[in-house]
Design a protein. Structure first.
Length: 209
């Protein structure tokens, strides 16, 4: 059985969404990203993942896979018939990789700078401006489109949905982008996406109570 190391509402939520959309059972291990402890047994998370970051997917052969773009594609490829990623060699496979890279570098990391890393208000404002440009690009792409790649839900949609949920904490207002708002609502309405977000929202409330 696969195992996923996660922190509630962190980027590992996209991996949980992918697993649930694929109907793949997994063991979930919650870690504390600040103390680097595995909460179920107090173990050292860095012994599992020297990078100290989630997601970490432990494969059935015991190997460990990190980085959201790689983890998401791996999960999707376990159930190719579901179309959570276009097949290798298909032109849309490269579009999927394009969006996974864009979300990871321009939205995910961009969110971290003004939220956690920058203390100076001018630096935060500059970072927010860059994020808003990236959000505008995504919004333009999604005008008259249901999904990021092709005409069906892929793991990139789960990753973008997570990023959009978190951007409000970076001070980015999505209210002025109705196409993006309707996209997020549509993705969140998917039963497995809704269930995954519900699970992690409750866990977040528990660990922050």
């Amino acid at each position: 059985m696969l195992e996923l190391y996660f922190w509630p509402m962190a980027c590992s939520l996209a991996s949980r969404i992918a697993l649930m959309e694929a109907g793949i059972d997994a063991r979930y291990h919650m870690v504390h990203l600040w103390t680097k402890k595995v909460l179920e047994d107090g173990g050292d998370f860095r012994a599992v993942a020297p990078k100290g970051a989630v997601p970490v997917l432990v494969l059935e052969n015991g190997e460990r896979l990190t980085e959201s773009a790689a983890v998401l594609q791996y999960i999707a490829d376990l159930k190719p018939e579901l179309g959570l990623a276009p097949p290798p060699g298909h032109p849309d496979r490269y579009r999927l990789q394009e969006w996974l890279s864009f979300i990871g570098t321009e939205l995910h990391k961009g969110f971290l700078f003004p939220t956690f890393w920058y203390k100076d208000e001018a630096a935060k404002a500059s970072a927010r401006g860059r994020i808003e440009q990236s959000v505008a690009f995504a919004a333009a792409h999604l005008t008259n489109r249901e999904f990021l790649v092709g005409n069906r839900f892929t793991v990139a949609d789960g990753y973008l949905a997570w990023a959009l949920l978190l951007l409000r904490h970076a001070g980015v207002d999505l209210a002025q982008r109705p196409d993006l708002g309707s996209y997020l609502a549509r993705i969140q309405a998917r039963p497995q996406v809704k269930a995954a977000i519900g699970i992690e929202t409750q866990l977040w409330k528990t660990v922050t109570a």
